[in-house]
Design a protein around this ligand. Structure first.
Ligand code: URP
Ligand code: ZN
Ligand code: ZN
Length: 470
């Protein structure tokens, strides 16, 4: 399939310029003025539109078995919803049960993901430790294109990684040229606070944020940063939600430590008043970890993004319907944790970021695709409009508006944390792997069209860091 995108304004992380973009056989093959139209090419008129790299969401959970249930969106519906919002790639998570082999879990997730409509890759979680985990990490990096390992510092008695696991896994990641990532919350503290609240009879969703105060996140972020500092590994902290963990990242970076921070679209625009809603379904629909925070944290997160101490925007897309959330009707600790957003992230970032002057269009590209592609080593295949890159492209109408709602979303499920919000700045066309998959509200996602994206290890940089240790 050949597509010529004519007359738009290309936006990359480094600059904006007027150009035509020619795509053929899944790749961008030319970017320039007045490109000739090849025979049989489909022409898309991009006059008045921005032409940007398709979004990359570095944090999703499609078809995740979690807290006794499975998320609503599978790899087809979730990636299709992403395409409708201009996101053409996701990095999801393989999460082995403790004692389950990493390779076994990886193969299961690879099977589930075959129906993806957009491109996908995997971080692999280290939830336990023995020699087989050590050796499977090697196989995953060297044979399967995994260059990042995830550690949940929360979820005690389930998938929590203690300090011993963090130390062993971070060291192994360094040897392999892979980057450790953490969900930073002190799981012991969360557990104790949850028990105390339950004992006091505070069983409703309003207790969820009380059991996970900002310092619980700040402590874990600081601890992971300290471990990474001693071992001389880089570190990527997922879903940074509060001033405390952002401060830990900012301090570390000011001292030259290679620490990256991710922020969720939801944490940037939603505050913790949602947990005060008397309607259980409304409050429980917002239960995710870390929780939504009071508004001064949102301001801090925007400043982190603007100041370069937060690097990527994600969603942690992990959708449960009202019936699933009802499992925690009498015990907030049993409400499945997770909210959606893969479809809305780019629109939220544009509306609340670019329209307010917090981000330029190029900075928008940085935080929605380019930085992620660079941190996880798939740049310039992804994250840039340039000859040779994958033809993953979103055409953007900065004047278009849309009201976000569960009633009109492509994502499965009956809840939308952005319900009723009208955004200005919307995708008009999405091209994924060189095919037009979304056009003016019509989704043409194809089951199985997405490809598994291998991410090479960071061998040379890591070898240098490793040498510095010895
Ligand atoms: O509440 C959340 N975030 N659910 C998904 C699992 C995780 O912690 O990322
Ligand atoms: Zn998490
Ligand atoms: Zn997550």
């Amino acid at each position: 399939m050949t597509i010529l995108i004519r007359g738009g304004t290309v936006v990359n992380a480094d600059r904006e310029f007027k150009a035509d973009v020619l795509c053929d056989n899944g790749k961008i093959i030319a970017v320039g003025d007045n490109l000739d139209v090849p025979a049989g090419a489909e022409i898309i008129d991009a006059g008045g539109l921005y032409v940007m790299p398709g979004g990359i969401d570095p944090h999703t959970h499609m078809q995740l078995p979690f807290m006794g249930t499975v998320t609503q969106d599978d790899f087809f519906t979730g990636t299709a919803a992403g395409l409708a919002g201009g996101t053409t790639s996701i990095i999801d998570f393989v999460i082995p049960n403790p004692q389950q082999s990493l390779m076994e879990a990886f193969n299961i997730w690879r099977g589930w993901a075959e129906k993806s409509a957009g491109d996908y890759s995997f971080h692999v979680a280290v939830t336990w430790w023995d020699e087989t985990v050590h050796s499977d990490m090697g196989k995953l990096v060297n044979e399967h294109g995994v260059n990042s390992f995830k550690h949940f510092m929360a979820y005690k008695n389930a998938i929590m990684a203690d300090d011993e696991i963090l130390v062993k896994s971070f060291s192994r990641a360094l040897e392999l040229g892979a980057i450790p990532t953490v969900h930073a919350e002190n799981g012991e503290l969360v557990y104790v606070l949850q028990q105390e609240l339950m004992k006091k009879g505070m069983t409703g969703p309003q207790s969820h944020p009380l059991s996970r105060p900002p310092m619980v996140e700040g402590e874990a972020a600081q601890r992971a940063i300290a471990i990474a500092n001693v071992l001389n590994t880089p570190l990527y902290i997922v879903h940074v939600s509060c001033q405390e963990s952002l401060d830990a990242i900012t301090r570390a970076r000011a001292h030259g430590q290679r620490v990256f921070g991710e922020v969720l679209a939801g944490h940037l625009v939603i505050d913790d008043s949602v947990y005060k809603n008397k309607d259980f379904a409304e409050a429980a629909g917002h239960v995710m970890s870390p929780p939504f925070r009071s508004s001064h944290h949102q301001e801090a997160l925007w400043q982190g993004l603007q100041g370069g101490n937060l690097h990527t925007t994600a969603t942690d897309h992990c959708t449960f319907c009202a019936a699933q959330k009802a499992a925690g009707k009498d015990d907030f600790t049993k409400i499945p944790n997770g909210c959606g957003g893969v479809e809305e992230r780019m629109m939220i970032l544009w509306d609340a970021g670019v329209n307010t002057g917090r981000l330029t269009p190029s900075e928008f590209v940085k935080v929605t695709s380019a930085n992620c592609a660079q941190i996880f080593n798939i740049y310039p295949r992804k994250g840039v409009i340039a000859e040779g890159a994958d033809a993953d492209i979103v055409l953007w109408d900065a004047a278009g508006t849309k009201t976000l709602s569960a009633k009109t979303q492509f994502s499965k499920g009956d809840f939308n944390v952005f319900e009723g919000r009208t955004v200005k700045g919307i995708p008009t066309h999405t091209i994924s792997g060189g095919k037009l998959v979304f056009k003016q509200g019509e989704l043409m996602a194809e089951m199985g069209a997405g490809r598994y994206i291998k991410r090479p290890s960071f061998s040379s940089m890591f070898q240098a860091l490793n040498k510095m240790r010895t």
